[in-house]
Design a protein around this ligand. Structure first.
Ligand SMILES: Cc1cc2nc3c(=O)[nH]c(=O)nc-3n(C[C@H](O)[C@H](O)[C@H](O)COP(=O)(O)OP(=O)(O)OC[C@H]3O[C@@H](n4cnc5c(N)ncnc54)[C@H](O)[C@@H]3O)c2cc1C
Length: 519
């Protein structure tokens, strides 16, 4: 992944027609890009910021069928997601894990309801099940979750779901696209849809945010995969188009593992106001969330509301013997769910389906809205199939069901480096050749200087934020430590990418400002 080389592919043949142009570099767009390149279409993806700057780096990090959606009766969605969960765990074993969850039960009714419900969840997973669910008594529950409040506890129901690193998964998708001949560009914003005299879309007008250069790019098909921003693209197509997205904010906080001291996650199926709350171990910390707050406006950098943080702390405090306080929070992150809503639907966001919707406008804009990270592969397959059905592109078979992102069985000294996939041993080689690069970027963070160098060479980061938020997960694990690591990271990046002192200073100050949002 070299940005200059990829930009060159736009310049080489300015008049060439792409088969597919995808707007949006989150889970949905990158999934579609991989589906398209592996089928053999000439594919271009354009992301206005960094890959997964939007919702796709801010999820709960679950590869799941969705126990909650089952309770809401959305069985088809759950069956589809459980199937996709199985495929993702098989195809990306280096970025996913089988996570054990315990639902604490405080009444006999809870015991019966959740034991039966989760048996049904197991059944829906079929042969892609990740392990059977079962009831455990009070003492076994407290053995697994030693810091769970014991008052009134009857027992727990154990079940399994998948967990993953969302933005590393996205970067892995991006790399796979490029390896298969696709062109994937970050910091390229689509400003206009180009149309012919019949009003049909023929391409996009796009601006390289880095250089300011504008390009007119032509393609047979333009796909709108912009998540919560989908309506902005709809308005480029038709200024009078009705809203199709109902954004809903979800907030998480990150705590030290000393609040849980367990490898099992806690799932609270019904909080005081009817939401679901998770406390999940992730890279040695605990991610606790989430909320569901309907919003009217969308932004790339959403902010958690005070009442959302208070709700999470209050609810976690009801279940944990050591109630977390604001000062214990290591990171707060907010994301916007791109829920597909019927225009004028007054339903609360909890009842809005998480299923994806694909629409084709009369001018030929194919839009995909809604969905979940877990289902990204199926969403991509459905989108491309829809374009084939509409006769926009020729028929080619989907190949992603068995597309493996990890083949390397090489022995790595550090299992942690597996997140870099088949090239992880290149990072070990940097450390072997230059042992100083084996030093950590910060004592409280797991990342070495060698990783920063390798990422600069292979994964197209342009800013310190790209590096600390999405290539590594430093910002999400410990926002303060990531801020302290900023100068070291800026210096390493400047050397690798060929920037001077003023770039370093400006990057450090931009990053310091950003971190305030996460504290
Ligand atoms: C709080 C929360 C928790 C979640 N947890 C889970 C979970 O645990 N498991 C799960 O399966 N799902 C989960 N989801 C759902 C999942 O994260 C989303 O469905 C998914 O990430 C959406 O991806 P997307 O690509 O559609 O949107 P995004 O990730 O937002 O990507 C859209 C991209 O389009 C770009 N864009 C917009 N306009 C333009 C333009 N003009 N030009 C170029 N680019 C543009 C944006 O910059 C953005 O990067 C969660 C969602 C939220 C909010």
């Amino acid at each position: 992944m070299n940005r200059n080389t990829l930009i060159q592919s736009l310049l080489d043949e300015p008049q060439k027609q792409w088969d597919i142009i995808i707007i949006g570099g989150g889970a949905t767009g990158l999934g579609i890009a991989l589906d398209a390149v592996t089928r053999g279409y000439r594919t271009l993806l354009l992301e206005q910021s960094d890959f997964t700057k939007g919702t796709s780096s801010r999820s709960t990090k679950l590869v799941h069928g969705g126990v909650r959606y089952m309770a809401q009766g959305d069985i088809l969605l759950v069956i589809e997601a459980l199937h996709e969960r199985g495929l993702m765990l098989k195809n990306a074993p280096h970025l996913t894990a089988n996570q054990e969850f315990v639902i604490p039960a405080y009444t006999l009714w809870d015991v019966i309801l959740y034991t039966v419900g989760l048996k049904f969840y197991d059944l829906l997973a079929g042969r892609l099940s990740m392990g059977k669910s079962y009831f455990i008594n009070r003492s076994k529950t407290l053995e697994r979750l030693p810091l769970l409040k014991p008052d009134g506890l009857k027992g727990g129901i154990v079940y399994h779901d998948g967990q993953f690193d969302d933005s590393r998964m996205a970067i892995t998708l991006a790399r796979a696209c490029v390896e298969n001949g696709g062109t994937i560009l970050n910091y390229f914003r689509v400003n206009t849809l180009l149309k012919n005299e019949k009003g049909k879309i023929t391409g996009v007008q796009v601006k390289d945010i880095e250089s300011g250069t504008e390009y007119a790019i032509h393609g047979k098909l333009v796909i709108n995969a912009t998540g919560v921003f989908a309506d902005e693209i709809h308005r480029m197509d038709d200024p009078f188009s009705k809203p199709t997205i109902r954004p809903s904010q979800g907030v998480h906080i990150v705590l030290d593992n000393s609040f849980l001291q367990s490898n099992s996650a806690i799932m609270i199926p019904k909080t005081d106001d009817g939401r679901v709350l998770f406390a999940i171990p992730w890279y040695g910390k605990i991610v606790v969330g989430t909320t569901d707050t309907p919003l009217d406006t969308v932004t790339l950098e959403p902010r958690a509301l005070d009442q959302e943080i208070d709700f999470i702390l209050r609810t976690a405090g009801k279940y944990l013997t050591r109630p977390p306080k604001k000062k214990d929070i290591m990171c707060i992150f907010a994301g916007l769910r791109p829920l597909a809503a019927n225009p004028g639907n007054p339903a609360s966001t909890r009842e809005v389906s998480r299923r994806h919707k694909i629409t084709l406008s009369s001018s030929g804009l194919l839009s995909i809205i809604g969905g979940k990270w877990t289902s990204y592969r199926r969403m991509a397959e459905d989108t491309i199939d829809r374009a084939i059905k509409a006769g926009i592109i020729e028929k080619k078979k989907c190949l992603t069901k068995k597309f493996s992102f990890y083949s390397n069985n090489k022995h790595l000294k550090s299992d942690r480096l597996k997140i870099y996939g088949d090239q992880a041993d290149e990072i070990e080689k940097i450390i072997n050749d230059y042992p100083d690069f084996g030093d950590l970027i910060h004592p409280a963070l797991p990342y070495t200087r060698a990783e920063i160098i390798w990422i600069c060479r292979n994964e197209m980061p342009l800013t310190v934020e790209d590096m600390l938020a999405r290539r590594t997960r430093a910002l999400f694990l410990d926002a303060r430590a990531s801020r302290e690591a900023g100068p070291v990271v800026a210096e390493l990046m400047a050397k690798e990418l060929g920037f001077g002192k003023s770039w370093q200073e400006s990057e450090i100050s931009k990053y310091n400002e950003l971190v305030i949002n996460y504290l």
